[in-house]
Design a protein around this ligand. Structure first.
Ligand code: SDX
Length: 393
């Protein structure tokens, strides 16, 4: 029991692992990072402070916060050789394909100096990943639009640095809009961790074999890419664009309910939340804040999204199956307004989730009871039988 919350022993007996990092109550729509409610952190904290909280379990003191932010800032640059890896990709390669490849390649640069049994080397590896994944994501974006890479700067905050690496061009100075940077920083907080989701479980399983953390995070990026998982933010925006106007919503609601139609409302439903995803509420607020700051009065896709949510949540199919908007439903509209192409949406999710993945990896590696993961199966194949030579088949 943790005071307010107690755990059903039956549930823990089927749990894949125990963890102190993130708590979700899917029925109540509760999400806590180390006990702190997501809406409080989104409103009062900032992403790097949340990174410290997820990694070390407590909110940092002012001195710890300053030291952590300086450490991360000084790790944001990547080895100069990394830029040549990009040349192996087509310019139109999906940024997630690039992220899987380049983050995995960090193993080649740091494998020999990452003894995961050495706490100090483990700590440096976690800081390198939190610091360098944004730089790699920005390089993937620049490469996809044929613009030169922009180096990180040490005089900018984490999210401002990322925005500058994405949007600055050599021919003119770029100063991040503080309101938009705050919105993106909040979006990173919302995506930072989420208990044992598919990609986090992938990272834990890969890490349980003793694989280096850079390769494990690359495995997590690969898993996140799926449209049923992190790829849903890209798919949700494409769905809203395909619907196009509120008068076409009933046609898509009908399709989503048709068992013979593979179409699902992207950004709706969740494996755990059977109530409103608490992150979706904060995301919708960020969406309005970004559109207001940009002076966008009536975003047609937001209009479709709000009406789609209203109709779905009054339809018995969605109510009965407890299908609510999840974090991916409003994120695409917001990220597009911030200037990111739809192909970058899941890369931004991966950027933010890296700290959650590596915090969960760290927790697992530091568990003295830790053993290699080895899921078993229910065998449904043929019973034992003898080999039949080719001529007798
Ligand atoms: C993320 O796990 C995490 O924590 C993930 C994540 C994180 O932060 O890491 O929260 C991030 O991945 C969010 C989810 C993003 N995915 C999408 O938005 C894709 C659209 N959603 C669906 O594909 C679906 O809801 C899933 C994949 C999210 C969950 O699928 P399940 O496990 O099949 O959902 P379920 O068991 O609750 O479904 C109950 C019923 C099923 O019908 P029946 O078999 O009971 O007849 O509802 C149906 C489903 O077919 N259903 C939907 C639906 N989602 C579920 N029907 C229409 N549209 C949908 N979106």
């Amino acid at each position: 029991s943790t005071g307010k919350f107690t755990y059903d022993p039956g549930f823990t007996s089927t749990a894949s692992c125990s963890s102190k990092i993130t708590y979700i109550d899917g029925d109540e729509g509760v999400l806590l990072y180390r006990g702190y409610p997501i809406d409080q952190l989104a409103e009062k904290s900032h992403f790097l402070e949340v990174c410290y909280l997820l990694l070390y379990g407590e909110l940092p003191t002012p001195a710890q916060c300053e030291d952590f932010e300086k450490t991360i800032t000084y790790h944001t640059m990547v080895h100069e050789q990394i830029q040549f890896l990009f040349r192996g990709f087509r310019r139109d390669a999906h940024p997630m394909a690039v992220m899987v490849g380049v983050v995995g390649a960090l193993s080649a640069f740091y494998h020999d100096s990452t003894d995961i049994n050495d706490p100090e080397q483990r700590k440096i590896a976690t800081h390198r990943l939190v610091a360098k994944v944004p730089t790699i994501a920005a390089m993937a974006f620049k490469y996809s639009i044929g613009q030169p890479f922009v180096y990180p700067r040490n005089d900018l905050g984490y999210t401002e640095n990322f925005m500058r690496m994405c949007f600055a061009v050599p021919c003119e100075e770029y100063t991040p809009n503080p309101v938009l940077a705050k919105a993106l920083d909040t979006i990173f907080i919302l995506h930072a961790d989420h208990e044992q989701n598919a990609s986090t479980s992938t990272v834990r399983l890969a890490g349980s074999s003793g694989a280096n953390p850079f390769a494990c995070i690359a495995a997590g990026i690969a898993c996140l890419w799926g449209p049923a998982h992190g790829g849903a933010n890209e798919a949700a925006l494409q769905m809203l664009e395909e619907i196009g106007s509120v008068d076409r919503i009933p046609e898509y609601i009908k399709r989503a309910k048709d068992k013979n139609d593979p179409f699902r409302l992207m950004g709706f439903g969740h494996r755990v939340y059977k109530n409103y995803d608490p992150r979706a509420k904060v995301m919708q607020k960020q969406c309005h804040a970004v559109l207001n700051e940009l002076g966008i009065k009536n975003d047609p896709l937001l209009e479709v999204a709000v009406e789609l949510e209203r109709i779905a949540l009054s339809d018995e199919y969605f109510v009965e199956k407890k299908l609510y908007p999840n974090i991916d439903f409003y994120s695409g509209i917001t990220l597009r307004a911030l200037g990111f192409p739809v192909t970058m949406f899941t890369a931004l999710f991966a950027l933010a989730r890296t700290v959650g993945w590596i915090a969960q990896w760290k927790e697992m590696i530091e568990d003295p009871e830790q053993r290699i993961g080895r899921p078993r199966q229910l065998y449904t194949g043929p019973g034992e039988r003898d080999y039949v030579p080719l001529g007798k088949r």
